[in-house]
Design a binder for this molecule. Structure first.
Ligand code: AN7
Length: 352
C-alpha cells in the first residue's frame, strides 16, 4: 500500500481533534540504518542503529510534528502560523504552511541559522525575520504574538507537534519488534525527547514493546538541563540546539529520570568528531544531529554505560546538507588541474 505520511499511518494513535484536516508531504517512514562498523569503533559488543530523520521532506524530524500542527491549525480555520526557530522548525513550518496555503512567519536569531535552513524557509515562501537576540528571546516574542493575534503557534509548545513526533518512536518499535535498550538524541528546546518518551510509553502500554533508557545530549555551551538553570548566552557550533531556556525542559528531565537514563553535555569538538564518524560511515548529518552519538561515545569512554549485547538507536535529527558551511569552512580547496590525463594520473597515483 502506498505510504501517505504519519497522520495516515499512525493518526488513530494520536491525540488530535476531529477537525484536523490532513496536510502532508509524506514525512516519516525514515530509514533505521544499521551501523555495525561505527559500533565496533565505539568499542563493540552492542548493536547500533541510526534513525536518519534528515530524510524527512524538509531534511529534519520537525516535519513529523509540523504535519500534525499545521493540519490541526488548518482544520480550525487558521490563516497564518508563526514560530521561533534555530532553523529547522522554520523550514518545516514554511513548507507545510505553503502546502496548506497559509501564511508563515518565522523568527530566527540573527546570523545563527545554517544556510540550508534559511534558504529553505525563503524557498517555501515564509516571511523570515531576524532578531538581534537568541532563540529564547524569539520564542518568548512569538508566544506573545500568538496570544494577541489569530496566528497559530507551531513551536513544540503546540501539543500537536509532540503528537506527530511520537510517531518516530512507533516506527522504531515496529521495525525492531521492541523498543531499543537505549535511545540517544540531541536536546535543544526539548520537544523531541518529550515526544519520544510519550511515544515509547504509549506503545508499551498498547503492545508491551518495552521502554528504552533515554540519553539526552546537550552542547556544553548550551546545557541548561545539565547545569540546572537557564543559560543566558548559549553558544555552540551546533546552532540547531543553541537554546538556553528549553520550553519542554521539565518534561525532558522527567523523561530522563523515568526512563532511568540521563541528560549530559558534550563539547563542540566531541560533536564535530561524531559528525565525522557518522559521515565516514556514509551518514552525513548536521552538527546537532551528531550529539546523540557524541554523547554515547562520551559515556562509553567514561565507562558510565554498559551496552554489552544491548540494542542502541541514535536519532540523527537533521541532514548534513542543512549546514554545508561547517564542512566547507574546514575543507582544503580541491585541487584544480588542466584537462590533462597525465597530470590527473599523477595526482591520483600520488606522484604529484
Ligand atoms: C537538527 O528548529 O529548536 O529538543 O527551532 O534542529 O526538540 O528542540 C531545532 C531543534 C535537534 C533539538 N536536532 O530538538 C528549531 C529547533 C536538530 C534540531 C534539535 C533541533 P528539540
Amino acid at each position: 500500500m502506498a505510504y501517505n505520511g504519519v497522520l495516515s499511518r499512525y493518526g488513530s494513535l494520536l491525540n488530535i481533534p476531529s477537525h484536523t484536516k490532513p496536510i502532508t508531504l509524506l514525512e516519516g517512514n525514515t530509514p533505521l540504518i544499521p551501523m555495525p562498523r561505527l559500533a565496533e569503533e565505539l568499542g563493540g559488543g552492542f548493536e547500533l542503529f541510526v534513525k536518519f530523520e534528515g530524510m524527512n521532506p524538509t531534511g529534519s524530524f520537525k516535519d513529523r510534528g509540523m504535519t500534525v500542527a499545521i493540519s490541526e491549525a488548518v482544520g480550525r480555520g487558521a490563516k497564518a502560523v508563526i514560530c521561533a526557530s534555530t532553523g529547522n522548525t522554520a523550514a518545516s513550518a514554511a513548507a507545510y504552511a505553503a502546502r496548506a496555503g497559509l501564511r508563515a512567519i518565522v523568527i530566527i536569531p540573527q546570523g545563527k541559522v545554517a544556510a540550508g535552513k534559511l534558504a529553505g524557509a525563503v524557498a517555501y515562501g515564509a516571511q523570515v525575520i531576524q532578531i538581534e537576540g537568541s532563540f529564547d528571546d524569539a520564542l518568548s516574542m512569538v508566544v506573545q504574538i500568538s496570544q494577541r493575534h489569530p496566528i497559530a503557534l507551531v513551536n513544540s509548545l503546540n501539543p500537536y507537534r509532540l503528537e506527530g513526533q511520537k510517531t518516530a518512536a512507533f516506527e522504531i518499535c515496529d521495525e525492531l519488534g521492541t523498543a531499543p535498550d537505549w535511545l540517544c538524541l540531541p536536546v535543544g528546546n526539548a520537544g523531541n525527547i518529550t515526544s519520544y518518551w510519550m511515544g515509547f510509553r504509549q506503545y508499551d502500554s498498547l503492545k508491551q514493546s518495552g521502554l528504552p533508557h533515554i540519553l539526552g545530549v546537550q552542547a556544553a555551551g548550551a546545557a541548561p538541563l545539565v547545569l540546572g538553570h537557564p543559560v543566558s548566552n548559549p553558544e555552540t557550533v551546533a546552532t540547531a540546539i543553541r537554546i538556553g531556556k528549553p520550553a519542554r525542559g521539565e518534561e525532558a528531565l522527567q523523561a530522563a529520570e523515568q526512563s532511568q537514563g540521563r541528560i549530559i553535555a558534550v563539547t563542540d569538538d566531541e560533536i564535530l568528531n561524531a559528525q565525522r564518524w557518522l559521515a565516514a560511515n556514509g551518514v552525513w548529518v548536521e552538527p546537532a544531529s551528531a550529539a546523540g552519538i557524541a554523547g554515547l561515545a562520551h559515556e562509553l569512554r567514561a565507562r558510565k554505560i554498559d551496552l554489552k549485547r544491548k540494542r542502541v538507536v541514535a536519532i540523527c535529527t537533521g541532514h548534513g546538507l542543512k549546514d554545508p558551511e561547517i564542512i566547507v569552512r574546514r575543507m582544503p580547496i580541491p585541487k584544480v588541474l588542466p584537462v590533462n590525463l597525465t597530470a590527473l594520473e599523477a595526482l591520483i597515483l600520488g606522484e604529484a
